[in-house]
Design a protein around this ligand. Structure first.
Ligand SMILES: [Zn+2]
Length: 351
């Protein structure tokens, strides 16, 4: 919403703010994403506040739409064991997992009466919804898209309460996923990937080579988004999915911090089936350092590691411990803090 943004902030910034490439912002404002923003910007969707803002390390564990927990008790039991093991190892380091569920796992939890999700909350971990809808084919209408998202949200709301289930990972689509998520009642979206660019015109994509066809066919559709590290490191509010620029009237937090999945850290995304080992822990710290290097201390920063549920299994304890242990050094030094996905949202709106 660049044009609307420019009109809206003209009284607050130098007049050149909307046209020149290299901005010379007024005292009292600062350059960000090609715009001048007032420094007291609590209502502009950027979360800029006074005082040093935290940098959060977060995780996502996606209980996928393609899982079979609802029809296969053994698969469900295996997932429960993985999650319980992962949380117990995380607890040793006061690290935080955020478990985000699509329909199959949430259905199985509902039907079995398992307390895994409320136990997670009681232990300081996070929960949320996972949304494997909207892609590859967009829903017929935004109303239908929102209804699909709401179906997933309602199931999780009933398990953990809407106050603990405020965001969804995924939901990328050629349809306006931000408006659909807002209509479904979500206040943040995480797990953003290149698929989320499909709703945007070519001018809002990283470059003109990012055609729909390329995003869909290149294997890059699961790459973290927004593309620019500085942009995806700092959450911001949007009103729609037309671009990755803050909207002043935005009510959905783009809470990315995306990086490769934890088990891909050493190898990169080109490795689709690589093992999770201690090399990934070392590489994960390099990813955190890269994000810290672009972190604007006036804004909440984050990185988000997607951990495959299988990588929480007991057989991966060594690699998991190596990861938590390495992050713990940064926590002890006061450079990063652990947060759930919901706590990132809370920190953003508190500024
Ligand atoms: Zn998924």
């Amino acid at each position: 919403m660049r044009l609307i943004l420019c009109v809206a902030i003209v009284p607050l910034v130098v007049l050149g703010a909307c046209s020149s490439d290299k901005l010379d912002c007024d005292e009292g404002s600062h350059e960000m994403d090609g715009e001048c923003w007032p420094n007291e910007a609590a209502d502009t969707g950027t979360g800029t506040g006074t005082g040093a803002a935290p940098f959060f390390v977060t995780t996502m564990v996606h209980m996928e739409g393609g899982h079979i927990d609802d029809v296969d008790p053994d698969a469900f039991a295996a997932h429960l064991a993985m999650l319980r093991h992962g949380m117990s190892v995380a607890d040793e380091y006061e690290a935080k997992l955020t478990i985000e569920s699509e329909l199959p796992f949430a259905t199985a939890v509902t039907e079995s009466g398992e307390t895994i999700l409320t136990d997670a909350l009681a232990g300081g971990h996070g929960v949320g919804t996972h949304c494997d809808v909207g892609y590859p084919d967009p829903p017929a209408s935004l109303i239908q898209f929102a209804a699909l998202l709401e179906e997933r949200k309602t199931l999780m709301d009933n398990l953990v309460g809407p106050e603990n289930n405020r965001g969804c990972s995924g939901a990328g689509s050629s349809a306006d996923w931000a408006q659909a998520l807002i209509a479904a009642g979500f206040v943040y979206v995480d797990g953003l990937v290149s698929i989320h660019y499909l709703s945007m015109p070519p001018s809002a994509r990283p470059d003109l080579s990012w055609t729909d066809e390329w995003i869909r066919s290149s294997g890059a559709f699961h790459d973290p988004a927004p593309y620019e590290l500085e942009v995806r490191t700092h959450p911001f509010m949007v009103a729609d999915a037309m671009d990755f620029l803050p909207d002043q009237d935005g009510t959905l937090l783009i809470s990315s911090g995306g990086t490769w999945a934890l088990h891909q850290q050493a190898e990169g995304y080109s490795c689709s089936d690589c093992a999770f080992d201690t090399d990934d822990a070392t590489a994960a710290i390099a990813s955190i350092e890269a994000a810290l290097a672009v972190h604007d201390p006036t804004r909440v920063g984050k990185i988000s590691f997607h951990i495959h549920v299988g990588d929480l299994a007991a057989e991966h304890a060594e690699a998991l411990r190596a990861f938590f242990e390495a992050v713990d050094v940064l926590v002890t030094d006061g450079r990063v803090a652990w947060a759930t996905q919901g706590e990132v949202y809370d920190a953003f709106v508190a500024r």
